[in-house]
Ligand binder design. Sequence first.
Ligand code: ADP
Length: 512
Amino acid sequence: MDAIHEKLKVIAPATGEQIGEIEETPISKVGLFYHKGRTAFLSWSNLPIEERLRYLRRLKDIMVTQMEDTASIIATDTGKVVTEALIADIMPTLDSIDHICKHANKILKRKKVTTPILLVGKKSFIEYMPRGVVLVISPWNYPLQLAMVPMISALATGNTVILKPSEVTPLVGKCIEDLFQKAGFPEGVVQFAHGGKEVGAAFTNGKPDYIFFTGSVRTGKIIQEIAAKELIPTTLELGGKDPMIVFKDAHLERAAKGAAWAAFTNSGQVCMSAERLYVEKNVYPQFISLLKKEILSLRQGTDANADVGSMTFPAQIQIVKEQLEDAIQNGAVLETGIPPEEWKNDMFLPLTLVTNVNHQMKVIQEESFGPLLPVIPFETEEEAVNLANDTVYGLNASVWSSDRQKARRVASKLISGGVVINDAIITVANHGLPFGGAKQSGIGRYHGDTGLKIFCHEKSIIEDTGRKKSEIHWYPYKEKYPLFLTLFKSYFNERRNWLQFAKSYLSILKKS
Ligand code: ADP
């Protein structure tokens, strides 16, 4: 036992007050966690799936009963408004449990697939086998759903889980632990490692069977390097710099309201928030004025009626500030908000719309993760697509137009894990759709069928009755070569020659 346990301070970002302390998991316990996880895996993975899903249903019931308490914990720990804690953190988690409970059985069932005639007499199947102990490392922006959805998916498939929640929102990490404890999961099936990046690194090095990471590109690359050394499979859900494209034929009032929400929800601390706005030139001035009006109507605060909460992670403020300073120094114009040197020393950043930006600026190329929205006019559809694709990211995007054909055409050309037409962000809210990024936004997908299958070894099985003495492809090969040539030529020819096929097949069979 470690004599001294480090404590994680719980700071409410909106007020700066320390509201608690949480004991860190000592790094010396990493081995014990994996031992427990592997032991629990033996029985958990052998439970019929319906029994595992029963635990998830119990978890959901508890979450429904404790919905208001959980929303309040999330809001306090992140500074986000309570409405967003409910609609964007709790709801998607509950919905994912529902989805998984409804579909997991079918998705994970042994599946029969067709067997080619060349393998006559055999049957083919796909089976899904859980991997073992899954390490989930989660971030602070949606601390409930981005931890719980991968956890639930891994658990449903028969894996055991270790969660390392973000140290920035430790209260939510503890809240998730309490929820699982109340649901009564068997010992060792779900474990919690609280602490910062050292704890995350120690568990990454502990040889998990799978790593599911959500966080920054920088940390994602560090984790992938460690995983590569042991060939541990991973899913990496990383950053974004999502474009929003508004064509002149869009419902402009709707698009302006949508832009304000997509850019400033969760104070812009969303990997899928709108971080670049492209507006067709003919409607540019009109759109800017509609958007300014919308932004100015938003109210920041901590009460239940507020629209935008505080920032969560103090270090993020500096990133947003530097990007804005860089843009202003290079000629950008503030349409809303105030110059960074006039910002108050608190966690509520001005909701900032900037124009007169160019595509090389940091504000266009780098993830802001704050309430900062740069706008650029465009003239043609092709130009809009090229601009939208011109960053290292590719998580999500939105296209706004009343011309359905055009919107779909543009959506298809965007290099992006998801695209929303005439709305933004919400692909993540349909658990039936795969979620993940292109380019530096990540590797892999979750949600939907994929979200369960990634946590399994996808196993191919071919079954023979075992009643024949030999097989045509076995030894001896004597005199078989010309017969195989005839067999394959008759089979793979554009017009199959079944007579020749049957004859050569029988001849090979005789020689086997
Ligand atoms: P952000 O703070 O923007 O969410 P990070 O990538 O820094 O992004 O953090 C996401 C999660 O990764 C957190 O739980 C954090 O503690 C964890 N983490 C940070 N650095 C490492 C690391 N080197 N190894 C493992 N986990 C890490």
